[in-house]
Design a protein around this ligand. Structure first.
Ligand SMILES: Cc1cc2nc3c(=O)[nH]c(=O)nc-3n(C[C@H](O)[C@H](O)[C@H](O)COP(=O)(O)OP(=O)(O)OC[C@H]3O[C@@H](n4cnc5c(N)ncnc54)[C@H](O)[C@@H]3O)c2cc1C
Length: 495
């Protein structure tokens, strides 16, 4: 078979494009090297839907950021993804920074950002009482939002599959060749895929995909950013996204709530060579701790629950590379998608679909497109609704993750949906067991058991994430009381 469109990379860009393409009568392959979607940069970023005042006028970043921001409510409500428009502040601690803020305000107006306001010290205090005494003013952007970046990516993939796209996991593209009627896409497992058009959304690897086939070379440098994640107990430290005023030395460190009520502090910025280099370092975390104190000295660093790092895909131009390759017809690059890539993703996806529509002019919209995605999040329901759900399926009455209050029913559902979870990390990113204070210390073994039971494999085969990340190697005790008790519970449920 020859696909109409192959999308390489199932991050937020690739999944958004696949979802938007799945509105049309097209055969779509969504090809991902890892064992799950949202496993690259789209799982490790600040989760901010930027307002768009920061990006330079005339760039692709500016073109897509503001438009993308405006599209967020609709897509998140359709796909049941957490999104909150909480606004942002860029804080200033001296007159020079106040001038910079004025420049950002003017740029924002030119970029079409609405609801920008420069606040004085008292106005800032009213919004954010915990900020440092030295803060003398701020740029307020009411349209800034926060989103669950991996929930969004997973929901987009699921919805694309609901609408007929074919998701191919564990499928690394190792070569690409132009043929007379399209492309031959060589996978690492030996399989070959043919497609009329290829969309290169491979994140930090987008240069490699492009360079397989094009002489117009791309060079992507991974730029690492590290973060602290704080317990929900300190979730009220700030109400909005707090940016420091950029200086000649860099953008500063931000402090932001997450959609789930944690606080994030980060990122730093370090160019590295390793495209898999997502380890956090003592130096990096020390830097964050030092710099964050400019925003507020009230950050309780004894409440950190974890740290992580993500890689920005930085092209030498500093801008996004979006559009058909200059020398390979049908290869559409969506490369160099560093920040504000998450914010821009909805608008980028629409733009790419428009390109495909010019290539395949007679393509029809599918009447049966499913635009919604429903799921049960028990803790979002009223007591009556909870009871009703539990009456229908007792597994929703069985709490597995006590930090995040996640039930067995939600985990089982996350496994069996289209593009469902097959790994412990996959369950964690879909429904959050392991995201809380204990970081999976208590619920982790139970998640392994549920995955093994639902996927009908042995617990030893259950992976944390990618291939080779097995958690268990065998039985260490014969009288596994916990396992027996669990089997009893499972048997009761079936009755
Ligand atoms: C520290 C940091 C903070 C950020 N904060 C924000 C923010 O607050 N707001 C914002 O708007 N943006 C932010 N960004 C940017 C945003 O996260 C990215 O723009 C976005 O996630 C990029 O998505 P993507 O789909 O292009 O890349 P990815 O999510 O990396 O997806 C690419 C996918 O391609 C797959 N792939 C690679 N090579 C192959 C191959 N050969 N075969 C098959 N599959 C392949 C990868 O496995 C991966 O899953 C931030 C980025 C970083 C690093």
């Amino acid at each position: 078979m020859i696909y109409d469109v192959a999308v390489i990379g199932a991050g937020v860009i690739g999944t958004f494009i696949a979802r938007e393409l799945s509105r049309y009568d097209l055969s779509i392959a969504l090809i991902e090297r890892d064992s799950d979607v949202a496993n690259g940069t789209s799982k490790a970023n600040s989760g901010i839907v930027h307002a768009g005042y920061d990006v330079e006028e005339g760039t692709l970043k500016a073109k897509f950021n503001v438009k993308g921001n405006e599209m967020y409510e609709k897509v998140c409500s359709e796909l049941h993804v957490p999104f909150k428009r909480i606004g942002s502040l860029v804080i200033a601690t001296n007159e020079e920074e106040m001038q910079h803020i004025q420049m950002l305000y003017d740029r924002g107006i030119k970029n079409g950002v609405t609801s920008l306001k420069i606040l004085d010290k008292e106005e800032v205090r009213l919004l954010e009482p915990n900020l440092d005494e030295d803060v003398i003013g701020a740029l307020h952007a009411a349209t800034c939002g926060i989103v669950g970046p991996f929930e969004l990516t997973i929901a987009l993939a699921e919805n694309a599959v609901d609408n007929g796209a074919e998701l191919m996991l564990n499928s690394e593209v190792i070569d690409l060749k132009r043929t007379k009627d399209g492309f031959n896409i060589q996978l690492k497992d030996g399989n070959k895929i043919k497609s009329k058009y290829v969309i290169n959304a491979a994140g930090v690897y987008a240069d490699i995909i492009n360079n397989f086939v094009s002489n117009d070379k791309i060079d992507i440098t991974p730029r690492k950013g590290e973060y602290f994640v704080f317990d929900k107990e300190v979730g009220a430290l700030v109400n909005s996204v707090i940016f420091q005023c950029p200086t000649k030395l860099g953008k500063g460190v931000l402090v932001t709530p997450t959609v789930h009520g944690n606080i994030l502090v980060g990122p730093n910025a370090e160019n590295i060579e390793d495209k898999e280099g997502i380890d956090t370092t003592a130096d990096g975390l020390h830097y964050l701790r030092d710099k964050a104190s400019k925003t507020t000295k009230k950050i309780p660093f004894n409440k950190v629950i974890t740290s992580f790092a993500g890689l920005r895909a930085v092209d030498t131009s500093g801008d996004f590379i979006i559009g058909e390759s200059s020398d390979v017809e049908g290869l559409i690059n969506v490369a160099g998608i560093q920040s504000p890539g998450l914010s821009s993703a909805p608008a980028i996806a629409k733009y790419i679909v428009d390109i495909i529509k010019t290539k395949i002019p007679n393509v029809k919209e599918r009447e049966c497109f499913i635009n919604r995605r429903e799921e049960i999040r028990l803790m979002e329901l009223s007591n009556e609704e909870k009871q009703e759900v539990i009456n229908r399926d007792k597994r929703y009455g069985n709490i597995v993750c006590r930090c995040e209050w996640i039930t067995e029913g939600e985990i089982v559902d996350a496994i069996h949906r289209n593009a469902g979870a097959t790994t412990v990390d996959g369950v964690k990113r879909r429904v959050r067991p392991g995201m809380g204070r204990c970081q999976g210390g208590f619920c982790g073994p139970r998640v392994v058991e549920i995955l093994a039971r639902e996927l009908k494999v042995s617990p030893e085969e259950i992976l944390k994430g990618n291939s080779g990340s097995n958690i268990l190697s065998g039985v260490s005790k014969d009288n596994n009381l916990y396992g027996k008790a669990y089997e009893q519970v499972a048997a009761n449920i079936e009755e």
